[in-house]
Design a protein around this ligand. Structure first.
Ligand code: PGA
Length: 243
């Protein structure tokens, strides 16, 4: 695991965007694993800017997102499909047919998880996976638990996550209580992984991820067993690493 402490959020986003752009240059039809949340917004802005400057071409790129809220359709502005369209896909030359987000309104959520797992496998796996991290160490919506979940599954969100995500909704009651998420096994199959974290609220979980025991109670800690992971943190999220 490589850890890069950047001066600030802007530098973190710039560096991470260059890694994704390089992947696309080297393999124009690569599969990008993408993430939502406030952390990757700046990186997506950088990629849009690079696209506008003709420095990156998304025409053959395929994408798979990590997760989606159960019960929210893609045109709901809180859904992760909406987030991806709004923050990235609507501004670049990607074919939306090549972009995948779990369907949060599928009649049978379990069947949707199985379908999604097959979609990822059918694309030949993810070439480079972007991750954020929850204050509680979750990656995608794999919440702290007793055993690492392997495949795409339906998850009950923890109170910590519901509270952390309430800022995007008009009230806490509106935050969905369930989500569909890639499993830890799905994520660990990616060839490369880039995790981003910024701000003081992430400092403890970044410390636990890098130095603590590898445990499903800190889901991101398993990334230490992956052969190609780079963690970018700003100085605040990396503050405890130096001690
Ligand atoms: P955030 O969420 O980027 O909004 O902090 C990260 C996560 O929960 O994975």
């Amino acid at each position: 695991m490589k850890v890069v402490v950047t001066k600030d959020y802007t530098e973190m986003c710039k560096l991470a965007s260059r890694i994704f752009a390089a992947e696309i240059t080297l393999k124009p039809d690569c599969v990008l694993g993408l993430a939502t949340g406030s952390t990757p917004v700046g990186m997506y802005k950088e990629l849009v800017q690079m696209y506008n400057e003709h420095r990156v071409d998304f025409s053959h790129v395929k994408t798979v997102n990590l997760d989606e809220y159960a019960g929210l359709s893609g045109d709901n502005d809180q859904s992760y499909r909406y987030f991806m369209n709004h923050n990235l896909f609507d501004h670049i030359n990607i074919d939306k047919a090549n972009t995948n987000v779990p369907n949060g309104t599928a009649a049978d959520l379990q069947a949707e998880c199985e379908r999604y797992e097959q979609v990822v496998a059918g694309m030949g796996g993810v070439d480079i996976q972007l991750l954020g991290i929850g204050n509680n160490g979750h990656i995608a919506f794999n919440e702290p638990c007793e055993e690492f979940p392997e495949k795409t599954h339906v998850v009950d969100l923890t109170q910590n996550t519901i509270e952390a995500n309430a800022r995007f909704f008009s009230s806490m009651d509106e935050v969905p209580k369930k989500a569909l998420t890639m499993g830890i096994g799905t994520i660990m199959k990616a060839k490369k992984i880039v995790l981003l974290a910024n701000g003081p609220k992430k400092a403890q979980t970044i410390y636990d991820t890098v130095y603590g025991p590898i445990t499903p109670k800190v889901p991101a800690s398993i990334l230490r067993l992956h052969p190609d992971v780079t963690i970018f943190v700003d100085e605040e999220a990396g503050a405890l690493l130096k001690k």
